[in-house]
Design a protein around this ligand. Sequence first.
Ligand SMILES: CC(C)(COP(=O)(O)OP(=O)(O)OC[C@H]1O[C@@H](n2cnc3c(N)ncnc32)[C@H](O)[C@@H]1OP(=O)(O)O)[C@@H](O)C(=O)NCCC(=O)NCCS
Length: 167
Amino acid sequence: MVFDILPENPAHEADIEALHDLSFGPGRFAKTAYRMRESVAPIASLSFVAFATIDGVSRMVGSIRFSPLVIGGEKGLLLGPLAMDPVVRGQGGGLDLMRTALDAARAEGHRFVILVGDAPYYAKVGFKQVPPGKITLPGPVDKTRLLYCDLAPGAFDAVSGLVEKGL
Ligand SMILES: CC(C)(COP(=O)(O)OP(=O)(O)OC[C@H]1O[C@@H](n2cnc3c(N)ncnc32)[C@H](O)[C@@H]1OP(=O)(O)O)[C@@H](O)C(=O)NCCC(=O)NCCS
């Protein structure tokens, strides 16, 4: 399946909300990653949507967003939410969205990204497990799911401490 990756615009908002409800359910509001994003606007230039043609109709089927964060004075990004419509999952759209967004983040000079998610999936675009104890989130998180990706070589080596919301 071919996915068109486009910058998000305000017209996509309702479809993105519906996709988040479908993909994560109401439980998402209690998660640590969600709390890191609460009252922090996603970075507009790094928000992308995926479109696909299904039964002859082009529609939005995926979304990726990032939030700014700071760890021990070092600025970085939190990846998420990333969601694909169940109808098109497993066909490469999630990876397409991530590759486009990570390239854009690199081009903007961002230095590293962290997220909470499935390590085998995110390893496909270069994420690795954060060494235990290196960073601390303001809430519970499964250490094996806490991942990072360097956008500049070795950038994450210098990072440690409490993860705080960025501006
Ligand atoms: C996670 C999600 C975004 C993946 O999107 P997707 O478009 O289905 O994924 P892709 O098709 O790009 O992935 C392709 C590859 O990743 C693999 N993959 C997908 N999800 C995986 C997972 N959770 N763990 C390991 N591998 C996974 C596929 O098997 C496939 O591998 P292959 O190319 O070797 O066959 C999507 O399943 C989703 O929206 N899930 C619900 C919301 C969610 O959990 N979001 C992530 C929060 S951290």
